[in-house]
Design a protein around this ligand. Structure first.
Ligand SMILES: Nc1nc2c(ncn2[C@@H]2O[C@H](COP(=O)(O)OP(=O)(O)OP(=O)(O)O)[C@@H](O)[C@H]2O)c(=O)[nH]1
Ligand SMILES: [Mg+2]
Length: 402
């Protein structure tokens, strides 16, 4: 049986998705402070501190989007120093391992609670969309090389080799030649067969979404849509936060990078936190961490949840647990049996498998009073689902605060 308070999300008719990216060296550059946005109506503020730089928009897009792949300062300013009166808001902290959906939740909050993106943020996300596309096609080419599948068009073999050999980050418009190569490879009949087996190798969850839209994206005047922003993966380095109003209450939501290197600085953000949003990508049951290529990602996420749950700093702080990526999880189950990785799972349908995952999470929260956590099943890229879920959660938090 699952825990109480679960939102029984529909697991049929969910968007198609795929696997996590093949690990590569960290992306980055120097730290960037994005100007706070002020909305005249409610004076809501978005503050950002990410260390993923993008050259200034004044440079020509072709040149400007070539973001260097250097990781620089990852310093995190303690949340308590980030606004004049940090305790005037209900303070929420997003935690979870890398690629668990934390930033996706934050970006849904921004879309749903009308925190518009600045031009520089669009520019920044756009750079990463090119990078996401290149990383995905490279991962697919590598997987093809390792598989027993041959390209339907033999010319694509040479194209794939050149993609694999290309060490650039590709944070900008693709040349016409490169765009054509990517399209030929992606549209190869055999590639589609390989893609159907994507659960067997690491691939970004949004690979097909962006690869299918490459013509629209590879345009000088391309501006990402809201959907594109939600689908992009921009690894968070440092901390970012958004201030918004819900249930007549002011909230401040903090999002921190979930990679191991970032976790060392998490504790700087713990002061004065009113509730934790913890994300687990339950689809990761068969994957290993990019940091060490050994630790199972789900086990890592559950251990992390347990350590946060048992941290004295959060002894009385409610945890809202988001069992995320239900769509990818359900898609994967038929290809990669859960019992192979979790022998305690004795089989059953999708709902049984989700219940099993929920039980694992509840075990990790085992020492915590039942009134101090809620568990929700979600697909963070689904804006409608998140609208309902977040509204319920904000109401609950506001009620607790009264
Ligand atoms: N299909 C699918 N994709 C998702 C879901 N949630 C997030 N994603 C995608 O997964 C990728 C990673 O999500 P993020 O929200 O950036 O992950 P994160 O936890 O912030 O990762 P770090 O910043 O590295 O700690 C993005 O491409 C998202 O679009 C989901 O429920 N389903
Ligand atoms: Mg993030």
């Amino acid at each position: 049986m699952g825990c109480n308070f679960s939102s029984q999300s529909k697991v049929s008719d969910v968007p198609a998705a795929c696997d996590k990216p093949i690990p590569e060296p960290d992306v980055i550059g120097k730290e960037e402070n994005i100007e706070p946005i002020e909305h005249s109506a409610e004076k809501e503020v978005v503050e950002k501190k990410e260390s993923t730089p993008v050259p200034p928009p004044s440079i020509s897009p072709q040149v400007a989007l070539q973001v260097p792949e250097i990781r620089a300062s990852r310093s995190i300013t303690p949340a308590s120093q980030k606004s004049e009166d940090p305790y005037s808001h209900i303070r929420l902290l997003l935690l979870g391992s890398a690629e668990s959906g934390k930033t996706t939740v934050l970006e849904q909050v921004r879309l749903l609670y009308k925190q518009h993106f600045t031009e520089s943020e669009y520019f920044h996300r756009r750079a990463f969309i090119y990078h996401n596309i290149f990383k995905s096609i490279k991962a697919l080419c590598r997987a093809m090389r390792m598989s027993d599948i041959q390209f339907a068009d033999p010319i694509n073999m040479g194209r794939a080799q050149s993609i694999i050999a290309d060490e650039h980050g590709h944070y900008g418009l693709f040349s016409k030649d490169l765009a054509e190569k990517i399209k030929h490879i992606w549209n190869d009949k055999s590639m589609q067969k390989l893609y159907a087996r994507r659960s067997q190798f690491n691939l970004n969850d949004s690979a097909s979404y962006f690869l299918n839209n490459i013509d629209k994206i590879n345009m000088v005047d391309y501006k990402p849509s809201e959907r594109d922003l939600i689908m992009a993966y921009v690894p968070t380095c440092g901390v970012q936060n958004v201030i918004f109003t819900a249930c007549n209450q002011s909230f401040q939501l903090f999002d921190i990078g979930g990679q191991k290197i970032d976790r060392r600085k998490w504790a700087l953000q713990y002061e004065g936190i009113d509730a934790i949003f913890f994300c687990i990508a339950i689809s990761e049951y068969d994957q290993v961490m990019s940091e060490d290529m050994v630790t199972n990602r789900l086990d890592d996420a559950l251990n992390l949840l347990q350590s946060i749950s048992e941290d004295p700093a959060f002894a009385t702080t409610p945890i809202y647990l988001f069992l995320n990526e239900i769509d990818v999880f359900c898609e994967k189950l038929s290809v990669i049996p859960l019992s192979k990785y979790k022998p305690d799972f004795k089989g059953g349908d999708q709902d049984d498998a989700i219940d099993f995952m929920e039980n694992l999470a509840c075990e990790a929260l085992g020492k915590r009073d039942r009134s101090l956590y809620r568990v929700y099943r979600c697909i963070a890229i689904d804006t409608q689902m998140m609208a309902e879920l977040l509204s319920t959660v904000f109401k609950d938090i506001a009620k607790r605060k009264k």
